[in-house]
Write a protein that binds this ligand. Structure first.
Ligand SMILES: [Zn+2]
Length: 450
């Protein structure tokens, strides 16, 4: 890999310049700003690598998927990334303009530099370095780059299930990854799923004088009672039958969990709390965090909450409720159980609107793609044993893109805990960026051999 590393070394400045240009193009999924231009720029990057590229329409008037194929061989690697980004506001908290990526003290600041454009670019540049120094790719790469990840990939699942031929692969490299606080490389093998719903109570035709609180129904109370039936004060989820679907961690999962350096004190301090909920601590807290589902009230709205009193009896109340789903718990199952639960507990009048749904998915650590990434991490970060998460507590479309087609997946990348993704002053450490690029080279070599 010496010539590969030397190529990166001599091209560092040019690579940074190219990355800055790539991240200068806005592509905000929530508003559509710059999405068309970004899809074209991404298509061009792939074509410049020598890939055959298509823009796939996944739904009418929605951001296309950039789908690129390059290399030959019996084996196929699927790479998943996204070219869209989160909105930039609050704009006044940015120290430099979000779409004018700026270098300060070894970090590049800008919207999308970590999530997810830096991860597209280090992979592009690693492949370019490989082609210039190592010859042909040892396998075929199909690269799937979507443009609506930041709005929850709403059209992705039906498209992916209908186009398994585009996604079938021997392994999948997922969008992101990075190092932890201590600089250890972190790999993860899956993600939780999500069901996100809005619950609405309409108790009367309109708001009334609160004198009617004697004889007329209050929507805010009804919603409150319904929400209270979902979860107990000891944090147990009470939805009938839900916990029976939860698959407990396997012995392999537990072995991986035990090896994770869980920085409990620092994390507690970071959140400004003294202890976790549900009476857990240490290993049990980490296990609960990764292998238990959640039932979270994300927001409630009803009645009057402005300055001073307004004696009103609210006719309408709404709550957004999110469930993070662990293996075996599908969004369809939870949605069905939630409806049955509300009906059975006297809340048949509460309307449920589905806002977002994603399946959980995870990979066995002995998969070739995982082992290739672990070996690559050991080569690039010789001082640290890689930290392997059997799944992450967050969510991404791992199921429709990879797991549903039987494709094992792994994440590694260039991010770090201070990257401020989704927030003002998003940034990436350039040293991490180039280490991820070196790791990509070793990963290509290792996966080619396995
Ligand atoms: Zn994101």
């Amino acid at each position: 890999m010496e010539t590969f590393d030397a190529y990166i070394e001599t091209h560092k400045d040019a690579f940074i310049k190219e990355f800055i240009t790539f991240a200068s193009q806005p592509s905000i999924a929530a508003t559509g700003e710059g999405i068309t231009e970004m899809a074209e720029l991404t298509r061009q990057k792939m074509a410049d690598l020598g890939a055959s590229v298509q823009l796939l329409e996944i739904a009418p008037n929605e951001p296309p998927v950039v789908y690129a194929s390059l290399g030959q061989g019996d084996k196929t690697l699927l790479i998943y990334n996204h070219y869209d980004v989160q909105p930039v506001d609050p704009l006044d908290l940015w120290e430099s303009p979000p779409f004018q990526p700026t270098l300060r003290q070894g970090k590049l600041y800008g919207r999308g530099v970590s999530d997810n454009k830096g991860h597209i670019m280090y992979r592009v540049q690693a492949i370019r370095a490989w082609l210039a120094t190592m010859g042909d790719l040892p396998f075929r790469i199909n690269w799937f780059i979507e443009g609506e990840e930041e709005t929850g990939s709403p059209h992705l699942e039906p498209f992916c299930l209908a186009h398994a031929d585009l996604l079938k692969a021997d392994g999948c490299l997922w969008e992101t990854g990075g190092v932890d606080e201590a600089g250890r490389p972190v790999l993860s093998l899956g993600a939780k799923g999500l069901l996100y719903v809005e619950l609405t109570v309409q108790s009367m035709s309109g708001d009334q004088h609160s004198a009617y609180g004697t004889i007329a129904p209050n929507a805010a109370w009804r919603l409150n009672w319904a929400l209270s039936s979902l979860k107990a004060p000891d944090e147990t989820i009470l939805i009938d039958g839900l916990m029976e679907h939860v698959l407990p961690p396997s012995d392999t999962d537990l072995a991986l969990l035990k090896a994770i350096p869980f920085e409990e004190e620092a994390l507690l301090a970071n959140l400004g709390i003294k202890q976790w909920i549900a009476g857990v601590s240490g290993f049990e807290a980490l296990k609960r965090h990764l292998f238990q589902p959640t039932c979270t009230i994300c927001g409630i709205e009803s009645g009057y909450t402005g300055a001073g009193p307004k004696t009103v009896l609210p006719a309408r109340a709404k709550a957004k409720v999110g469930f993070r789903l662990v293996p075996n718990l599908t969004p369809q199952t939870v949605a069905k159980l939630l409806r049955q639960h509300l009906d059975k507990h006297g809340f048949a009048d509460i309307q449920i609107d589905l806002l977002s749904a994603e399946h959980p998915g995870k990979t066995a650590p002995d998969a070739a793609v995982v082992q290739a990434a672990i070996a690559a991490a050991r080569e690039v970060y010789p001082k640290h044993e890689p930290v392997i998460y059997p799944l992450i507590a967050g969510t991404g479309p791992v199921w429709p893109v990879a797991v549903a087609h039987g494709t094992p997946l792994v994440c590694f990348g260039a991010s770090y805990p201070g990257a401020k993704i989704h927030a003002p002053n998003e940034n990436i450490v350039l040293d991490n960026y180039f280490q991820a690029m070196q790791m990509m080279g070793r990963f290509i070599a290792n996966f080619g051999k396995r």
